[in-house]
Ligand binder design. Sequence first.
Ligand code: RP5
Length: 165
Amino acid sequence: MSSSPLVGIIMGSQSDWATLRHAAETLQALDVPHEVRIVSAHRTPDRLYQYAKDARGRGLKVIIAGAGGAAHLPGMVAALTSLPVFGVPVESHALKGMDSLLSIVQMPGGIPVGTLAIGKAGAVNSALLAASVLGLNDAALTERLDAWRARQTANVADSPEDEDD
Ligand code: RP5
């Protein structure tokens, strides 16, 4: 996006992109400037440190961090910055994302991570939450968010139809 990013979407691995792209697409639909980076807590710890320490100074307002398995990334980022951090548990093969969820949600008191649902729903909702936060100081963004939600409401049918098997 051309304007300076307000939301940083980070993920532990290329393999997380299939999930986190839904956060990026939702921010795109709401016209929220964002950036996307691979930042691994255990494979690139120096990159993680630098990203988190620089985030506020670069103008980021919210960080969305997605990771799977022993998912340290959101908690480590939250330890290094007081920006709001939303954690998205990526669905792992071995444990279906329960490992990711518990790793992210069970932060000890003092360092919060706003934890979303496992997988695509969590990724979409992390972007909607980021938009809600940014909308506190941006009436036009709140209007776009409300319009997005109104379209979602309008798209719900009154009754179900048969689907192909
Ligand atoms: C975590 O390990 C990543 O967030 C990813 O979900 C998981 C597996 O990573 P890869 O082995 O696919 O790179 O760090």
